[in-house]
Design a protein around this ligand. Structure first.
Ligand SMILES: [Zn+2]
Length: 60
């Protein structure tokens, strides 16, 4: 059984890779655009990947 693990890190389980999302505030700007704010995932801080707490230790 082999698993393919991406080298650049794991997808954040909190946001499933969607690290930031536009949240509508329920209004429109004078220009007619939706008023939105960008919310970043608190778990990965907008990176979309999960950083493992495990550090590589080099044995001397
Ligand atoms: Zn995340």
């Amino acid at each position: 059984m082999t698993q393919h693990i991406p080298a650049r890190g794991q997808i954040c389980p909190n946001c499933d890779g969607h690290a930031s999302a536009a949240v509508t505030l329920g209004g429109r700007t004078p220009a007619g655009h939706l008023r939105t704010i960008t919310a970043h995932c608190p778990a990965c801080h907008g990176t979309g990947t999960r950083h493992t707490a495990r550090r590589r230790t080099v044995k001397a």
